[in-house]
Design a protein around this ligand. Structure first.
Ligand SMILES: [Mn+2]
Length: 316
C-alpha cells in the first residue's frame, strides 16, 4: 500500500493537504504529520496544508497556509480524517488533478469517488493511527514534530484513551511514539487548554446548578448563550455536571431566542429516554434530549419530578 502512495506522491511537484470543516485535534494533527512526512522525504516538492486548523495547536506546530486558487489545478490533494465531499473545509480540493483519501470514518453516501489512493479503515480510533501504520517505517525520515502530531491525534480522538472501542493498537502505537521521544506532557498540556469563553461558560454552569435528590441541572438563559456564541452549541457542556459523586442524572436546559428550551439529558445507568420522548424529544437511553419545547413555568419542575420517579423505579 505504501508503494502505491509513494508512486502517487512522486507524480506531483505540488501537494496540498486538506482537513474537514470544524477541524479537530485528530484532523489537524494528521495534516501536520503528513506535511512533515512529505517535506522531509521529498526535498524537491512543495507541500501545503490548508483549512482553519486548531488555533491552540499553532504554538506546538504551525499555522495552515493561505493559497491562491491557481495552484490547486496542478496539485495532488490529500484528504485526511474525512471521506465525504461536503465535509471538506476547502472545497477547492475538487480542482486538484488527483486525490488521495485517508480516513477512519464510515464510508458515507457522499464519499469522494475517483480517488487515486484510498485508505479507509473505520476500525481505527483515529486518522493519526492510520498515518502511523502507513508512514512510520525505517526507510523514511520521520521528524519529531511528525511523531508528536501522531500522538496528539490519537490522544485527541480517543479522548485520552477513554474511547478505545476495539482499537487497542492505538495504545501500542502511543507506547512506541513515547519511546521514540514524543514529549507527551506538552501534548497533554496543549489538549487541556481551553478558551476564555469556554472557561466562562463552564464557570457559569458551576455557579448556577441546582440539585434535586440525585438529579443535577442548570438553566442557561439566552443572554448567557448569546454572549458566548463562539463556543458553539452550549448543550455540549452538559457533561460539566456529570462528575459529582452521588449524582445519577445531569441535565442542561438551554433557553432559545424564541423562548423555547433545548434540553440535554445524561444518565449514569438508568434509562431516561422515556422522559425525553414524553416531552417530544428522543435519543439514546443514557444520552438524549429535546430539541425544542415551549418554556412554561412548571416545565422544568415537571421534568425533574419525572426523572425522580424513573430513578425511584416508578412509572411516569
Ligand atoms: Mn478523526
Amino acid at each position: 500500500m505504501i508503494n502505491k502512495f509513494i508512486r502517487l506522491l512522486n507524480k506531483y511537484d505540488n501537494i496540498i493537504i486538506f482537513g474537514h470543516m470544524n477541524c479537530d485535534g485528530d484532523c489537524f494533527s494528521s495534516q501536520i504529520a503528513m506535511y512533515e512526512f512529505i517535506k522531509n522525504n521529498f526535498k524537491n516538492k512543495k507541500v501545503y496544508l490548508v483549512g482553519s486548523g486548531v488555533e491552540k495547536m499553532f504554538s506546538l506546530f504551525f499555522k495552515p497556509h493561505v493559497l491562491d486558487d491557481e495552484i490547486f489545478f496542478s496539485s495532488l490533494g490529500i484528504a485526511l480524517d474525512f471521506n465525504e465531499d461536503y465535509r471538506c473545509e476547502d472545497q477547492r480540493i475538487f480542482n486538484c488533478k488527483e486525490l488521495a483519501v485517508i480516513d477512519h470514518h464510515n464510508v458515507g453516501p457522499h464519499s469522494i469517488n475517483n480517488t487515486s489512493f484510498s485508505y479507509i479503515d473505520n476500525s481505527a480510533s483515529s486518522c493519526a493511527s492510520l498515518l502511523y501504520k502507513l508512514l512510520v517505517k525505517k526507510c523514511f525520515k520521520i521528524s519529531n514534530m511528525m511523531l508528536t502530531a501522531l500522538f496528539y491525534g490519537i490522544v485527541a480522538d480517543t479522548n485520552r484513551f477513554m474511547y478505545l472501542e476495539n482499537d487497542l493498537r492505538s495504545l501500542t502505537i502511543c507506547k512506541k511514539l513515547i519511546k521514540l521521544g514524543v514529549d507527551y506532557k506538552s501534548v497533554y498540556q496543549n489538549i487541556s487548554l481551553t478558551s476564555l469563553s469556554s472557561f466562562k461558560v463552564t464557570s457559569y454552569i458551576y455557579s448556577n446548578f441546582k440539585i434535586d435528590n440525585k438529579v443535577i441541572y442548570c438553566v442557561v438563559p439566552k443572554e448567557i448563550k448569546n454572549a458566548f456564541l463562539d463556543v458553539g452549541y452550549i448543550g455540549k457542556y452538559v457533561n460539566t455536571l456529570g462528575n459529582l459523586n452521588g449524582i445519577e442524572v445531569w441535565i442542561l436546559f438551554i433557553e432559545n431566542d424564541d423562548d423555547t428550551l433545548t434540553v440535554e439529558f445524561r444518565s449514569k445507568s438508568v434509562g431516561v429516554v422515556s422522559i425525553a420522548k414524553k416531552y417530544g424529544g428522543g435519543g439514546h437511553n443514557l444520552a438524549c434530549g429535546i430539541q425544542k419545547i415551549n418554556f412554561k413555568n412548571d416545565l422544568i419542575s415537571n421534568i425533574i419530578k419525572d426523572i425522580n420517579k424513573v430513578l425511584n423505579g416508578e412509572g411516569i
